[in-house]
Ligand binder design. Structure first.
Ligand code: SF4
Length: 377
């Protein structure tokens, strides 16, 4: 592992490794075929700093208004010692009234430096509760969990861990997107559940490291969201088994990063060569060439989760890759990698390969319909 760490350190350069959070871990499941991101995440490369240096930063994923709304909603749900939260949990989990204790670890400190301390408190509280089934503690607020990623421990901060409902622990995720008539934006629900899946895996890792049964951490996530257009919260249970399995596979893949490293040219590095003022001095063309030795797999969804999205999109556009048109079109045009190839098959200026005959006929038909509509408009 130390040789592997040395190689990852060389890939990153002397800058400190950038840690994961639940959002970056969740992103691993969204484009698992991307070797570029797998390598950079395993090495702890600061992808945002690279995108900024190359002049293609990703715009802020969330507006400040959305962030503020999210914080206000979370405060409302947790106010008065979690009174509203407990009411919701009694409904969805059937908590009896006497199980209503609430422990807030924010009192330990909320700065980054306090993460190891809050993690130690969380660990003690969780293990005490797991070993004392009669414990009355029900909710742990602002806990810090730890997960091993590519051999490195990273800290994660779930919204809440609900303790001991019939001996089973639950992760609670509080999100401010609305549920209208019982339905929410599927993409937002999927992102929230994937994030919560990282917490489930971390909590199971803690249990198993202490010889406890990881299955005592439920695969059901409790999602708390506003109901309709109000700020009144509602709770729903979401089965996260598929997300947990997908994220576990990706985490295992990160520890098998060796073959991806082997495929890079010797001495490849994404080092930004920071000067004493922490300003990058790496030649942009040289850095771009280094990036291009790690195969990317751009899809338009990258813009939602990866800091390198605008770098990779520009590269894919320059190369005329079908990928920039989205995964549906990429799947429909399976076997055709470039837009120019598809266009030439469509206007019959390129002879199709034997396995492209049907596809070429469909493209020619689409081209003829489009030409007819344009001429008759
Ligand atoms: S933006 Fe680039 S590095 Fe990130 S997942 Fe997409 S293709 Fe991979």
């Amino acid at each position: 592992m130390s040789l592997l760490n040395d190689r990852l350190d060389a890939l990153r350069g002397p800058a400190p490794a950038k840690g994961h959070d639940a959002r970056t871990l969740a992103a691993l499941t969204t484009n698992p075929g991307c070797a570029r991101r797998a390598l950079m995440d395993a090495a702890g490369v600061d992808k945002d700093a690279i995108a900024v240096h190359l002049g293609k930063p990703r715009p802020l994923a969330k507006s400040s208004i959305a962030l503020r709304n999210g914080a206000v909603f979370e405060q409302k749900v947790k106010a008065d010692g979690g009174a509203e939260l407990l009411r919701l949990l009694r409904d969805v989990l059937g908590l009896p009234l006497h199980e209503a204790a609430h422990t807030d670890l924010a009192a330990v400190g909320s700065q980054d430096a306090s993460l190891p301390v809050r993690h130690a408190y969380t660990r003690t509280a969780v293990l005490e509760a797991a070993r004392s089934p009669r414990s009355v503690r029900t909710l742990l607020d602002h806990p810090i969990l730890q997960l091993t990623v590519a051999g490195h421990p990273v800290y994660l901060e779930p919204d809440v861990v609900a303790f001991q409902v019939d001996g089973v622990f639950h992760i609670i995720e509080i999100k401010s997107f609305a549920v209208l008539d019982g339905r929410a934006d599927p993409a937002k629900v999927a992102a929230a559940v994937t994030q919560a899946a990282a917490y489930v895996i971390a909590l199971r890792e803690l249990f198993e490291s202490e010889g406890l049964d990881g299955d005592n951490v439920s695969h059901d996530i409790i999602l708390i969201t506003p109901r309709n257009f109000s700020r009144n919260p509602t709770a729903s249970i979401v089965d996260a088994r598929k997300k947990i399995a997908a994220l576990t596979r990706q985490l295992n893949r990160l520890t098998r990063i060796g073959p991806l490293l082997d495929a890079l040219p010797p001495h490849t590095t994404f080092d930004l060569a920071l000067d004493r003022g922490e300003r990058p001095t790496r030649d942009a063309k040289d850095l771009t060439a280094a990036l291009q030795t790690a195969p990317a797999r751009y899809t338009p969804t990258c813009r939602h989760f990866c800091d390198l999205a605008y770098v990779c999109r520009s590269e894919a556009r320059d190369e005329g890759l079908i990928d920039v048109l989205g995964s549906d079109i990429r799947d429909d045009l399976g076997g055709v990698d470039h837009i120019s190839t598809a266009l030439r098959l469509a206007d019959d200026t390129r002879r199709p390969a034997p396995d492209q005959v049907d596809l070429a006929a469909a493209l020619r038909h689409a081209h003829a319909v489009r030409t007819h509509l344009r001429e008759s408009a």
